[in-house]
Design a protein around this ligand. Structure first.
Ligand SMILES: [Zn+2]
Length: 295
């Protein structure tokens, strides 16, 4: 039976580009790990915890449609989680390809995949289980952009990274030759630029979209939800928390001055927002089903 999909929400326009949020599968993580040093009495006011202390989180890859290119930022959980992993994370279905189809796109139409970093919740969808068995690259025509430092850590992960950098997410991609490593800043096309940040992981990068005097920024796991705009709200998953705090102060100031849209990958409430100097939301694109969300 065909899957019944909700209608595709309207895109956010940034100059000549369109931004679409796709569903890479929701999951649940322990709320304490998402908010590190922040007391539960504070974070649970925004993200209510279940009896097992987990909170709902989105994994929403961002599709950037420029006049020339289809660019995907991160890829969701993918379709390779084992039944045990699906149960641990209470994950929902990875719908990336069916949602692309609703936009009239096939997987061969994606020109560029930007990986903010290599954690399984961001990179899990770049290699998929093939119908004939085994694994294949999900977006066979795409160049996959990752920071060289991140790729070095995928190739030789430290003990902690071994838990989230899964070889199954990269083996087919490595063989395909579709990976392009970048050092530092890189202009992907006239409207899209990536920039090495570090912080969450050593090779973490951000994505900036600029067109027609407008701007949006995807800060990956530096700003996983709008609550993380507070520079001191860091995650237990952050490998270099002091770097994250410095990054957040820098990028908040830099992009606030440009009146940029801040877009979110993990936020179950908000897809993007603009922020005032005090960090309060001034304009908001909520997730479907959430009429408003004030900070
Ligand atoms: Zn993440």
């Amino acid at each position: 039976m065909d899957e019944i999909l909700p209608p595709v929400p309207l895109p956010l326009h940034v100059g000549t580009t369109e931004l679409h949020w796709l569903s890479g599968g929701d999951f649940r993580l322990d709320g304490g790990t998402m908010f590190g040093p922040v007391p539960k009495s504070l974070w649970q006011k925004r993200y209510p915890a279940a009896i097992d202390n987990t909170i709902l989180l989105a994994n929403d890859p961002l599709l950037i449609r420029t006049p020339e290119y289809n660019i995907l930022v991160d890829s969701g959980l993918g379709n390779k989680l084992t039944p045990k992993q699906q149960a641990i994370f209470a994950s929902t279905q990875w719908r990336l390809l069916s949602q692309l189809a609703l936009l009239g796109l096939k997987r061969e139409d994606i020109d560029v995949v930007i990986l903010t970093h290599a954690d399984f919740d961001h990179a899990g969808g770049v290699v998929m289980r093939a119908e004939q068995g085994g694994e294949e690259v999900t977006f066979p025509a795409a160049v996959h952009l990752m920071q060289e430092a991140e790729w070095q850590d995928v190739a030789a992960p430290c003990r902690r990274a071994q838990e989230s950098y899964w070889p199954v997410n990269f083996n087919a991609l490595t063989k395909s030759g579709r990976m392009q490593l970048v050092q530092g800043d890189y202009q992907v096309c006239p409207e899209v630029r990536i920039c090495h940040t570090g912080g969450h992981t050593r090779g973490h990068q951000l994505v900036e979209i600029s067109s027609g005097g407008e701007c949006a920024v995807h800060l990956g796991d530096l700003f996983p939800t709008h609550a993380h705009v507070n520079p001191l709200w860091v995650m237990a998953y952050d490998n270099f928390p002091l770097e994250v705090i410095a990054c957040k102060e820098q990028y908040f100031k830099q992009y606030r001055q440009r009146d940029a849209w801040f877009t979110f990958y993990h936020d179950p409430l908000i897809r993007a927002c603009k922020l005032g100097d005090n960090g309060k939301i001034t304009e908001c694109r909520p997730q479907p089903g959430y009429p408003s969300a004030d900070s």
